[in-house]
Design a protein around this ligand. Sequence first.
Ligand code: CA
Length: 147
Amino acid sequence: MIKKLALALPLALTAALAPAAASSAAPAAPFEEIQGHGLDACPAGSLCLYEHTNYNGTTDSTIVVVTGTINDLHNYGFGDRASSAYFNEEPAADRFYLHTDTNGKGEHMRFFPGKKLPNFHKVSGYTENGEATHVWMNDDVSSVTIR
Ligand SMILES: [Ca+2]
């Protein structure tokens, strides 16, 4: 009898934990996805990641309006896709960091308020250890942090 109970307990625990794990797999997206092009398409107070260089050029395409830390853009279908960005914010606000790897890892570049970057080809950035370098961020941004 005791042996049977010992075997049944781990199974019961597994069953009880399974629903919690499933519900945490779909967190609210910390951004809004819109369609548009140009700097004017970026809402005030927002960091906008554009799918294409030159802020999507002259054609409407995906713009990710970031509102918070994004640990893995792949979870939202925008991993390794950003090609330009604009932080439409007045000075003295948050600073965003764009990272080449998930969870704030890899090479990164800082985004201060008002910063515009029409393409991510060989831009000034930092190694994971914080040393200044040139980084290739085009189609490689995987996470976003705020510090
Ligand atoms: Ca990447």
